[in-house]
Design a protein around this ligand. Structure first.
Ligand SMILES: [Zn+2]
Length: 104
């Protein structure tokens, strides 16, 4: 299981850091898609994100849920052992959960 703190992948502007090695950037891009798709859903429990597994050779669908107490995102592939937890995703560029009405 991947335990990922999303802020560790980001630079000071909130974008995926360029100085990361390729695997790290690929993982960060995948996690960003998971955050985006998960926070668009208003359903409770696991939702199908319409994202394919990022394990080479696996095309299984990725499901995810927001864990109610910790508000971490728990994601996983239904066809292999690939899964993980994302923390500190709130207020990243891919967080669609909040009412972002900054109308000052
Ligand atoms: Zn898979």
């Amino acid at each position: 299981m991947y335990i990922s703190n999303m802020t560790h992948f980001l630079d000071e502007t909130g974008n995926i850091a360029r100085e990361m090695h390729k695997d790290g950037r690929n993982m960060a891009g995948f996690l960003a898609m998971v955050i985006d798709a998960t926070t668009k859903s208003k359903e409770e429990g696991f939702v199908d994100l319409d994202i394919r597994c990022n394990v080479p050779g696996c095309t299984g669908p990725i499901l995810a849920e927001i864990i109610p107490v910790t508000e971490e995102i728990h994601w996983g592939c239904t066809e292999c052992e690939n899964d993980g937890i994302i923390s500190d995703w709130k207020n990243t560029k891919w967080d669609n959960s909040g009412a972002s009405s900054l109308s000052d």
